[in-house]
Ligand binder design. Sequence first.
Ligand code: ACO
Length: 334
Amino acid sequence: MDLMKKIWEDAKSDVKRIVLPEGDEERTLKASEDIKKEGLAEVILVGNLKSIEEKAKNIGVNLEGIEIIDPENSSKTEEYVNAFYELRKNKGMTIEKANKIVRDPLYYGTMMVKLGDADGMVSGAVHTTGDLLRPGLQIIKTLPGVSVVSSFFIMLVPNCEYGEDGMLFFSDCAVNPNPTAEQLASIAIATAETAKNLCKIDPKVAMLSFSSMGSADHELVEKVRRATEIAKELRPDLDIDGELQLDAAIVDKVAKQKAPNSKVAGKANVLIFPDLQAGNIGYKLVQRFARAEAIGPVCQGFAKPINDLSRGCSPEDIVNVVALTAVQAQSGSK
Ligand code: ACO
């Protein structure tokens, strides 16, 4: 069964409530109707009621069975304002500022997830990654034991023998510009857990660098080496190794030469990039040159799931990210 089909089946098996705060955006409205029809999630649209209803009518979307919440008229708004103020008062938040901020649908949707009125949130058809992540980072925070929120891509590379028959997890390609060694270790562990939970694969995690097992010396390499040590100390049960060059990580023949004693080298299916420049460029190289399907970026490490869309997304992309978010919500994460 292909991966997205499997994720759809999982989403339908225990339906979750997913809030879409870009409620009057056309692709979001079209996706909402499909999500409802397929039974992938209970959709909650947030935004101006009149605008949502008018847009839906203009594009022929049936909103029956889809909950709409207008922060200006909701009985919950005051509760969310007070809770947001309490969460952020030690950061200089005032009740007046909270009153304004929480009416922003992105903050409103995040508060719904925080207080359990929704199980997850998907946004980003019109907002940037930072616009979505900031309320999530301020309000939802990380899972216990996870130091940073990060992101992963599932790369599906056609006609490819590397990873799991061409399926590999890449991280972090979208959130942390320059993680410390400790943060990089946390990203590696989170991605291994995601690969296990979401795709039921046995993760083999390579900490990527321009050096393999001491072949070069530089402070950038030292960071990856230190991150590998920390990750191994924290989770000796996981197969994590480094530092490894990309070829040593995935090509058996090269691994035998460059890292003969490694359990990961030559077999890696989870690739951890040393920083966001490498990660973001890396996934795009594989996507464009190898014509790979890049599913993501999907966030991991949040105490409750929040996910971003590309601003070029289609209604089908939104449906798929909602299904993925619903599955993350089922496993209490992530
Ligand atoms: N994990 C957990 N908490 C975090 C993280 C993180 N990765 N980053 C920031 N925080 C927390 C901070 O501790 C702070 O908490 P506090 O306010 O309670 O003290 C809060 O989040 C805000 O922190 P700031 O540093 O003020 O946030 P910043 O303005 O730097 O924004 C962001 C953080 C949005 C993640 C930023 O790092 C960013 O823009 N990253 C790159 C996103 C991007 O452009 N990606 C590429 C495009 S996506 C693509 O191509 C697929």
